[in-house]
Write a protein that binds this ligand. Structure first.
Ligand code: FE2
Length: 327
């Protein structure tokens, strides 16, 4: 019953005009249907920015603006039926176009059959002293970032451990990594993204964690560091609030990141050069969460003024099976 990735995100926002302008500047392309606030990415995934009272929004228990529905793409009708059978045992399911919708831990999730659109990427070869892969050829010059995919979505949940267990046990998600007391990284079984979903501990001792169910951020995938920083520069020139931390690289999933505060709620993240994994990946537990958070950052935030202690461990199969890594 393979879930292959994020098909669509629906935002609930209090100021649709500002939020829609933000995403257009961020580089999301309009959908072919010329509906305001509807955006389509290169792989066919979509973002919708809807007002608080829009009837298309399902009810949710999420506090504040941000993503209020995650639509998961499922590989075929057979898998969709298996998912409906599994969730229908103890959840009410609502029929929607192409699939069904339900609510898990207060978050609306829908499941629809989906075949992602093919698209081309052509990252420039990288040179290093003594390793010349680009001779007499300059790198691509860009004007704008154009995110191609939705890599992952993140929520803060009061009981994030139990929620992660549910996604693994009932929906086939795989555990990729754990930050002790902070969050669990989950991969849909039909995806090679290091994670499609991150559940953060709403009660963690970290800025913005207030114990409530809240949306945190979405990661949009771009081709390389150049596209990531062209996008960041463009957003600053458009007058949007810049990132405090600036460019950085996570240690967990190895991805380059650039977060921006988002008027649609939470943050958006340009991401590139992440780890891609399959079932051979051995999940790790980062018992010093900040060691997993960053390899480097451009601006060192207060919580990283001291270099974190180097510490992590691989989880045993028994720990993974029991979901014991974080309890
Ligand atoms: Fe992220």
């Amino acid at each position: 019953m393979a879930i292959i990735g994020i098909r669509r995100l629906r935002y609930r926002v209090s100021d649709t005009d500002v939020a829609r302008r933000f995403f257009a500047d961020f580089g999301l392309g309009p959908s072919g249907e010329a509906r305001p606030g509807h955006f389509t990415l290169a792989n066919g995934s979509e973002v919708e920015v809807l007002g608080e009272c829009d009837p298309a929004l399902p009810s949710s228990q999420i506090v504040g603006d941000g993503v209020h529905e995650v639509s998961w793409g499922v590989e075929d009708e057979g898998s969709l039926g298996l998912l409906a059978d599994e969730l229908g045992r103890d959840h009410s399911l609502e029929d929607i176009d192409g699939g069904f919708r339900t609510q898990l831990f207060g978050v609306p999730f829908s499941f629809v059959t989906w075949t992602p659109r093919q698209f081309a990427n052509a990252p420039d070869p990288v040179n290093a002293p003594g390793v010349v892969r680009r001779l007499n050829t300059h790198r691509k010059w860009r004007r704008r970032a154009r995110p191609k995919v939705i890599n992952h979505v993140v929520f803060r949940l009061p009981d994030y451990v139990e929620a992660a267990r549910f996604m693994r046990a009932r929906l086939g998600f795989r555990l990729s990594d754990i930050q002790t007391g902070f969050g669990q990284y989950l991969r849909a079984s039909g995806s090679n993204n290091h994670h499609n979903l991150l559940f953060l501990n709403a009660n963690a001792h970290f800025p913005g964690c207030d114990g409530q169910l809240r949306f945190d951020h979405v990661n949009f995938g771009v081709e390389d560091i150049d596209e990531l920083m062209i996008g960041a520069n463009y957003m600053v020139r458009c007058g949007w609030q810049p990132s405090d931390i600036g460019l950085g690289r996570h240690r967990i999933d190895s991805a380059l990141f650039y977060y921006l505060p988002c008027p649609a709620g939470g943050e958006v993240e340009y991401g590139t050069d992440a780890d891609y994994v399959d079932d051979n990946w051995v999940p790790r537990e980062f018992d010093v969460p900040l060691f997993g958070y960053s390899h480097f950052t451009h601006n060192v935030p207060p919580f990283l003024e001291r270099e974190p202690e180097w510490s992590f461990k691989y989880l045993t199969e028994a720990q993974i099976a029991a979901g014991l890594g974080d309890v």
